[in-house]
Design a protein around this ligand. Structure first.
Ligand SMILES: Nc1ncnc2c1ncn2[C@@H]1O[C@H](COP(=O)(O)OP(=O)(O)OP(=O)(O)O)[C@@H](O)[C@H]1O
Ligand SMILES: [Mg+2]
Length: 479
């Protein structure tokens, strides 16, 4: 909905509704935009941005020296050395090769060459300069020739290249072998993590047709805080206060959004509202959350080993959590049958639990929860599942990445109850798109829908936060 540029004119991200229309049973979640018409002129591709300023000539020299190095060096022996000694060893040999081949280079170029060769032999090769940058959110490698990055919400093609697909595959292998996995024709899909915590996915040929595809979600050391989200305009000041009250008064929260829309970031910021003395257990596929509280147990799923055994699923973790006396359970991403266990936990006194889920609207998020439970093989009537959902989830927060690359919280929606078999929701805050400025940036505003007494009012009162809630809602309504 937000990813594509529609025909033109101002449009509304979402319109306020006093009570949203009933959840149509079996309706198709999320309208998919029609595919681009065949025969239309190919879209203009922006030229690659220059991330790497080395010349073609430099690369020719590097290839010559690299090949000579590989002929000389015993890679198996090199692997035995620690990183520093290996670097020294490479430095000595490279200097020798430069002298023998009579290559003319400045000291700075020589240092650069040495650094690059060490990166190729010991590290992540051409990826290293990208990994070193903290402003990059994602690195997407589509075969040796095309490396894209996402910076400030914009995806850009770079001029970084791998020598060939074999080098790229080698680097993928190096990444996944660090966590004891392997990627090749027989097991061509692999999730891994870099030592800095970045999340990695590799899919290799023959599944990926044009060479290995490597996707890295860079780990941000300085996680965004709610103040940052307000500063970026992702949420208004009043909206942030309402989220603060929601987190603090232990509402059960579902964060919904598309890929890369900022769900995990939002979940992380919401965890800041957890009291310091609460026992929190987090379950994730790859540990991304950074909770500041002292009483946190972090759990991570485990993929099966090469023989296909030993898998620990998200469901196993969530189930085990319940035996660990948690006060709150945080699930990084709900995508399967663990939805049932999370809802059960939420329904049985683990108030303030949270999770994220891939979906395009709060309504669709609730539908997806229902289908995850149905597909998990639980033989429950749909009314019972909906009762569970309504009893468990208090608030759905929707995150979206808009067409200009900016991330916004587009809905704060309450789950009110069930009328017949229909889940009733109520929007508290919505983001309305009003237009676009001359640079293509989306203009819009967060607005309250005028609800002065949300359903979690009593809960906020119980935790002594009703004044802040009332003030925030009133201030938002006046805007
Ligand atoms: N409100 C925001 N403003 C600017 N950047 C943001 C915002 N929220 C998230 N980001 C950045 O966007 C990137 C993706 O965020 P995040 O990992 O939270 O998304 P996600 O929805 O969890 O993605 P995935 O679906 O892949 O798990 C990160 O680099 C993060 O720092
Ligand atoms: Mg995420």
């Amino acid at each position: 909905m937000f990813g594509k540029r529609p025909g033109g004119g101002a449009e509304v991200a979402a319109r306020p509704k006093a009570a949203a229309p009933p959840m149509p049973a079996g309706s198709k979640p999320g309208a998919v935009p029609p595919p681009a018409t065949r025969g239309a002129p190919p879209p203009q591709v922006a030229p690659p941005i220059v991330v790497d300023s080395r010349s073609e000539q430099y690369y020719e020299i590097k290839t010559t020296i690299f090949n000579a190095l590989i002929d000389t060096i015993d890679l198996a022996q090199l692997a035995q050395l620690d990183a520093e000694s290996a670097r020294e060893e490479i430095r000595d040999i490279v200097n020798e090769i430069i002298a023998i081949k009579n290559v003319v280079m400045s000291i700075a170029e020589q240092e650069q060459l040495l650094q690059d060769i060490c990166n190729d032999v010991l590290g992540y090769g051409p990826l290293e300069p990208l990994l070193a940058r903290d402003d990059i959110a994602d690195i997407m490698v589509n075969g040796a020739e095309r490396v894209f990055i996402e910076v400030a919400g914009k995806v850009q093609l770079t001029n970084i290249r791998f020598r060939d697909n074999a080098q790229l595959m080698n680097i993928c292998q190096r990444i996944v072998s660090q966590i004891g996995r392997r990627v090749d024709e027989s097991s061509p899909i692999c999730d891994a993590r870099l030592p800095d915590g970045s999340r990695v996915n590799v899919i290799a040929p023959p599944l990926s047709i044009d060479g290995p595809a490597l996707t890295i979600r860079k780990f941000k050391k300085d996680k965004l805080k709610m103040d940052d989200l307000v500063r970026f305009g992702s949420i208004s000041k009043e909206g942030a206060m309402v989220l603060n009250v929601i987190g603090n008064s232990r509402c059960n929260v579902l964060i919904s959004g598309g890929t890369g829309s900022g769900k995990t970031t939002l979940l992380n910021t919401m965890t800041a509202f957890i009291e310091i003395d609460e026992r929190v257990i987090t379950c994730e596929d790859a540990a991304e959350l950074q909770l500041q509280q002292p009483h946190v147990v972090r759990l991570e799923t485990r993929p099966p080993n090469l023989e296909g055994a030993g898998e620990i699923t998200m469901r196993d973790l969530v189930k085990n959590c319940l035996r660990m006396r948690p006060e709150r359970i945080i699930v990084g991403e709900v995508r399967g049958p663990e939805a049932f266990d999370l809802l059960q936990a939420m329904n049985t006194g683990h108030d303030g639990s949270m999770g994220t889920l891939h979906s395009n609207s709060p309504r669709e998020a609730l539908q997806r929860l229902e289908s995850m439970i149905t597909m998990g093989g639980y033989n429950l009537p749909s009314k019972t599942i909906r009762e569970m959902i309504v009893g468990a989830i208090d608030v759905v927060i929707q995150a979206a990445r808009l067409r200009d690359g900016s991330r916004r919280i587009t809905h704060i929606t309450e789950v009110i109850g069930l009328e017949g078999e229909v889940v009733i929701t109520q929007d508290l805050f919505l983001y309305e798109i009003t237009g676009e400025d001359e640079t293509g940036k989306v203009k819009g505003r967060h607005m309250s829908t005028g609800i002065a007494r949300p359903a979690f009012w009593e809960r906020a009162r119980y935790y002594g936060r009703e004044k802040e809630l009332a003030d925030a809602l009133e201030a938002a309504a006046d805007k």
